[in-house]
Design a protein around this ligand. Structure first.
Ligand SMILES: [Mn+2]
Length: 303
């Protein structure tokens, strides 16, 4: 029998909302950390950036991990922050300090401006966060559980945490490790057939779509499988150059990352996205998991 677990989606600096959700789930702050007598939390990553108080979110989550009342996964924002702060051989950083990259991290940098020691400590802590978690009755990841990719990552890392020695490779476009981290923290893409493309919201021509990897691709169009609606790909039958390891019949998988809108709901009976865009006017969402093989929409909780 595993511990009943509450899984919480992307927080992005919304400390007030996090405290409200923890209280709603029955957690109380004791001896410096939120705790529940019978339950634990799994956070699926993206603690920082955009929102008003990333330092407080990091403090709350980290204290819970230290107290043994939570596990915290690494989101793409934590991975980016690590790379932004890791020097590159030959000069610069693994994540270059371009205007775009700095802008994405700006709110967090500003909030830590007067406490550089705390910022360094937060980055050092991010380096210890696992990229994925599997227990006997659930799986959790920031963006995408692709079984083949997770297996390769596990073998290469010797576990679920990216060691510092592999960071340069993980940040280097074109390497296998870069691809595996990208899939796991940012999601799976599929190439469009030869001759097809679309323009993304920034006007860039794209020849691949980010896919709903949790969905059975059988009989679906590229549009059905695309995370972004309205690309005009409805007539185009979906096929993928790589096998899509969609999790039919497997233990439930929980993730965040997709900036979903509206009222939280299950994506399938065993796939649950917990990111309902708290940093874009949405809600902070949790699922109360008690080991069930089929998830129950009534167990979603949000504030
Ligand atoms: Mn994310």
């Amino acid at each position: 029998m595993t511990t009943p677990t509450d899984l919480i989606g992307d927080i992005h600096g919304h400390a007030g909302r996090l405290k409200a959700l923890l209280r709603k789930l029955g957690y109380e702050r004791k001896a410096g950390a939120y705790r529940h007598p019978d339950r634990k939390i799994i956070f699926v990553g993206d603690y920082i950036d955009r929102g008003p108080d990333s330092p407080e979110v990091v403090d709350i989550v980290r204290a819970m991990v230290d107290a043994g009342s939570a596990v915290a996964l690494c989101g793409n924002h934590e991975f980016n922050a690590i790379c932004y702060n890791t020097s590159k051989e030959g000069g610069g950083y693994l994540r270059p300090h371009t205007a775009k990259n700095t802008h994405q991290h700006a709110a967090t940098l500003e909030q830590y401006r007067d406490k550089p020691g705390d910022y360094d400590s937060a980055i050092a802590w991010f380096r210890t966060l696992p990229l994925f978690l599997e227990t006997e009755d659930l799986r959790a990841v920031h963006a995408c559980w692709d079984e083949a990719v997770i297996r390769k990552l596990h073998k290469t890392l010797g576990g679920a945490v990216l060691p510092e020695s592999l960071l340069p490779e993980a940040a280097e476009k074109g390497t296998d490790l870069y691809y595996w981290v990208e899939v796991t923290c940012k999601g799976r893409e599929a190439d469009l057939p030869e001759g097809y493309s679309f323009h993304d919201k920034d006007g860039h021509e794209r020849r691949e779509i980010r896919i709903k990897w949790w969905q059975d691709p059988e009989g679906q169009s590229f549009q059905d499988m695309s995370v972004i609606p309205g690309l005009g790909l409805d007539h185009l039958p979906f096929r993928d150059t790589e096998a899509t390891h969609h999790p039919t019949g497997s233990r439930p998988v929980f993730f965040g990352h997709y900036w979903l809108k509206g009222t939280p709901e299950l994506l399938t009976p065993n796939a649950c996205c917990l990111d309902y865009s708290v940093a874009k006017g949405g809600v902070l969402t949790a699922y109360r998991f008690d080991g069930e093989r089929e998830l129950n929409e009534g167990k979603l909780v949000w504030v």
